[in-house]
Design a protein around this ligand. Structure first.
Ligand code: AMO
Length: 446
């Protein structure tokens, strides 16, 4: 690696020789002096060059100076440079109070002169040119925050004795629903892309793993174009043994989110204020919990009848219950609990005395569902009955049902969409902004 100093580290250096590399952000080409703002992955710095416009006979260095001056005049926005020169701290320089006087300049990689996107380009256009879009420090920050969130989750899991698993994404059957299933040719048969690690994170329970987690891709052939749906997304999953009810899963869920938000506030609080004008709020525990039926009643009393016939919340209902929770409890999160078994998958455990309800929840953050969790049905005869009731053929599920035939602890867990958490935390309008490379019904490139 060549000896270069990251821009963010310049401030700590004394005046003297340095080498920096980065992309040309702006060029101010004045007659007597030239300024270049150079940006690397850590920040931006001003470079300055006293312009030499013609050869001076008694100055043997004037040829080199003239060449540098001409090179700067010809610089295109986005070209990648390495510059050696001398660092000078100077309070008058607005950008960071320092500048680098150019000694020599090498154009390492030239950019085409016309940048295909601008600050006001549409989201779709920006996604076409995602690598240029991501050069923006605000976008860069999104993925630094994502890294911190995942790290905090992992730290929590490691501290609490979880095992990390990587479940296969090629499957022989659906895991969530027959709808939204991607088929792939698989030699002389058909495979399906995993919609969730559901079955295999549950398998870890009879396998004696106790507590497991996975952060990995999930696929849904969902043709919708909402701001919260993708055909491929990163799912954050956990599954734990020996629970009494979904209450234990919710407690885990809260602790994880508090750990992540605390880490984000500590590490990126200042930068988030600067780029997103955002004050990170670490949620207090316990998060409010409202049974779904009651949530629907509250929303109806406040003037909104959920139009869906299937008993589920709709996005407007989620927004309205979130507004209620914010007013009543000052909280951004709410667990909606006890979903009707008619709208939950067969593997959710039902209430002991009321089979119409499940031991399950959705977690709503700032009015959007970010997660589903539940206690699982571990009694195989009940599980088979529930599968049949949902129109599934138990024969097709034999491999899964076997997990429950050789001793399995009561267990439960949740799945959570990472891009949705980031979108809501940062106040972004779409998961397209908080997904490195978004995949949707009409987007497979880049
Ligand atoms: P569910 O289907 O509710 O539950 O998915 C869990 C969470 O994953 C995210 N998510 C999505 N994100 C982006 N695009 C999509 N198309 C998409 N679909 C889902 C959401 C959602 O809340 N196996 C269960 C979880 C469990 O019980 O452990 C499941 O997959 O944030």
């Amino acid at each position: 690696m060549s000896e270069r100093t990251l821009v963010k580290n310049l401030a700590a250096l004394e005046d003297g020789p340095v080498s920096v590399s980065g992309w040309v952000e702006t060029v101010r080409d004045q007659k007597k002096v030239q300024f270049v703002v150079l940006r690397d992955e850590s920040g931006a710095v001003q470079l300055v060059n006293p312009a030499v416009r013609e050869l001076v006979e008694d100055d043997p260095e004037s040829a080199a100076k003239l060449a540098t001056t001409e090179a700067i005049s010809a610089l295109a926005h986005g070209s990648f440079l390495t510059v050696t020169g001398s660092l000078k701290h100077d309070e008058r320089v607005k950008l960071g109070g320092l500048e680098v006087k150019i000694g020599s300049l090498e154009v390492v990689s030239e950019s085409l002169p016309e940048t295909p996107i601008a600050a006001d380009s549409s989201l779709d256009k920006r996604l076409d040119w995602r690598f240029l879009d991501l050069r923006n420090p605000k976008q860069n920050l999104i993925f630094r925050v994502q890294t911190t969130i995942e790290h905090a989750f992992r730290q929590y899991w490691i501290d609490n004795d979880f095992i990390e698993i990587h479940t296969p994404k090629l499957m022989a059957s659906a895991s969530e629903s027959r709808a939204e299933l991607f088929e792939v040719g698989y030699f002389d048969t058909t495979a399906y892309l995993a919609q969730s690690p559901q079955f295999f994170k549950q398998m870890a329970q009879p396998a004696g793993f106790g507590k497991v987690f996975e952060i990995g891709p999930a696929f849904r052939a969902d043709p919708s174009f909402t701001s919260r749906h993708a055909t491929e997304f990163t799912s954050v999953d956990a599954e734990i043994s020996w629970i009494d009810s979904h209450e234990d899963v919710m407690a885990l869920h809260e602790e994880l989110l508090v750990a992540a938000f605390t880490a984000v506030k500590e590490k990126h609080g200042e930068a988030l204020k600067e780029h997103f004008d955002l004050d990170v709020v670490v949620p207090s525990r316990p998060f409010p919990r409202i049974p779904l039926a009651e949530a629907k009643r509250i929303v109806a009393e406040r003037g909104y009848e959920i139009p869906r016939a299937d008993d589920d919340m709709d996005p407007e209902g989620e927004r309205r219950i979130a507004a209620y929770v914010k007013e009543e409890f000052g909280h951004d999160f709410v667990f909606l609990t006890d979903y009707a078994s008619s709208i939950r998958p067969f593997y959710h455990m039902r209430h002991e005395g009321d089979a119409a309800l499940t031991n399950s929840y959705d977690l709503i953050y700032s009015g959007v569902e970010i997660s589903t969790g539940a206690q699982r049905e571990h009694r195989v005869d009940v599980l088979i009955e529930q599968a049949r009731e949902k129109g599934l053929e138990p024969e097709e599920l034999e491999f899964y049902l076997d997990f429950f035939r050789y001793g399995v602890p009561p267990h439960g867990g949740f799945g959570m969409g990472l891009a949705r958490v980031l979108m809501l935390l940062l106040g972004e309008q779409s998961i397209r902004e908080t997904t490195y490379l978004f995949r949707g019904p009409t987007r497979l490139l880049p």
